[in-house]
Design a protein around this ligand. Sequence first.
Ligand SMILES: [Zn+2]
Length: 142
Amino acid sequence: MVECNVDDCGEDATFFYTWAWGEEGACCDGHRAHLESKSGQLGREITFTPTGEKTKREYKTPSLQVIAPEVGQLRMQLAALATKNQELEAAIVERDERIGRLTAELRAARHETPPEAPAPSVIEGRPMADTPVERGATPKRR
Ligand SMILES: [Zn+2]
C-alpha cells in the first residue's frame, strides 16, 4: 500500500497528486484537504487521482522507457563526438608539424635561389618551354 508522503504522515494514501509544476506524491484523505487549501493559497493547480486505479504505476513505466533510449543515444553521440574531436585535434597537430616543415623548406629554397636570377625567356625572347632548366636538370628536347 502506498503511504501518504505529506509531512511524513505515513497514513495509507488514498490519492496520488500532481502539482502544476510536475511535483508528484501520494496523500491520505486528511492531507488531500491540506493540499487543496495549499493549492488555493498558492494559486497553482493540483490534480488528484485515486490510488485504487493504479494509474501512477502505469504512467511511470512507459515514461521511463521513452527517456532511457534517448539518453543512451545522446551518450553514444557524445562518445562519438569526443572520438571525432580527438581525431581532429591529432590532425591539427599533424598539419601544424607539416606547415612547420614546409615553411622551413620554403625558407631554405628561397635562400638557395639567387635573388638576381632573371627570367631568361623574357630576355632572350624565347618561350618558357625552351628555357634550359638550371641546377642540374637536363632540359628535354623534342
Ligand atoms: Zn497524510
